[in-house]
Ligand binder design. Structure first.
Ligand code: UDP
Length: 238
């Protein structure tokens, strides 16, 4: 059997990624497939942490644009990520994967609080840890939370699941000449304003030397290919 190239990964799944082709909520078929694929990677011996977004339910910026107080709106966005985390936990447990949800906002009847040392212990015990509620602070995104948690738990890489197989020179849906970058530096992403993640998240990864891999989560088997070292998506590194 092939050997994984990573010991510990942090996988960031956006709320939209869980939505499938719908325009709201979670597509159970998508969460089931994702759970199965995460389980396969776990079986290979890779320790897996997840950060899940909330954009399929609420986004703070969107609610604020409609007139809501931004901090309240961001609290709603963070709570949306908790719901997604519970849905993913359920899907993972149905796939036979042991999991823990840890929230950056105290919500003890529902899940554990995020405590770094405890999170690392869960990973060492081969549980998949799902980090919910982002960073726990308004005005941040779950991409920033993913970068932060990846650095905190000493993941080898932050893997960002998207609907395209990497970062392109232009939007491949509108420009036939668009080509995929295999590798980018953090500064190229920042200088060219390439849509990988927000600048806060990129800068944290750059300063801590944490590589980011962008890949297409809609292609079955892509996560396994990535973990086995295949040339999928785009890697952002020094
Ligand atoms: N959010 C926040 N602080 C964080 C992470 C998230 O306030 O540290 C809120 C913010 O309102 C955001 C929402 O939670 O819009 C959902 O997260 P995000 O938009 O990152 O989700 P995704 O786009 O990945 O689905």
């Amino acid at each position: 059997m092939s050997k994984p190239v990573y010991r510990r990964i942090l996988l960031k799944v956006s709320g939209e990624g869980l939505m499938g082709d719908a325009d709201y909520g979670i597509d159970p078929a998508v969460s089931r497939r994702l759970a199965r694929e995460i389980g396969e990677v776990r079986e290979l011996g890779v320790e897996v942490a997840l950060v899940v977004g909330g954009g399929n339910i609420f986004r703070g910026a969107g609610l604020a644009a409609a007139g809501m107080d931004r901090v309240t709106a961001d609290h709603m966005g963070m709570l949306a990520t908790v719901m997604n985390a519970l849905a993913l936990q359920d899907a993972l447990e149905h796939a036979g994967v042991f999991t823990r949800v840890m929230s950056a906002i105290k919500i003890n009847q529902v899940c554990e609080d995020y405590i770094r040392r405890r999170a690392v212990r869960h990973l060492e015990k081969k549980r998949v840890v799902i980090f919910a509620a982002g960073t726990g602070n308004p005005f941040f995104t779950t991409d920033s939370a993913a970068s932060l948690r990846a650095v905190e738990v000493d993941a080898d890489i932050m893997i960002k699941a998207t609907k395209v197989d990497g970062v392109y020179s232009a939007d491949p849906a509108h420009d036939a000449g668009a080509s995929r970058y295999r590798r980018l530096t953090y500064d190229q992403v920042l200088d060219q304003r390439l849509s990988v993640m927000d600048a806060t998240a990129i800068v944290l990864c750059r300063d801590q030397g944490l590589p980011i891999q962008v890949f297409d989560m809609t292609r079955p088997g892509a996560l396994m290919d990535l973990v086995l070292g295949a040339d999928v998506g785009t890697i952002v590194e020094r």
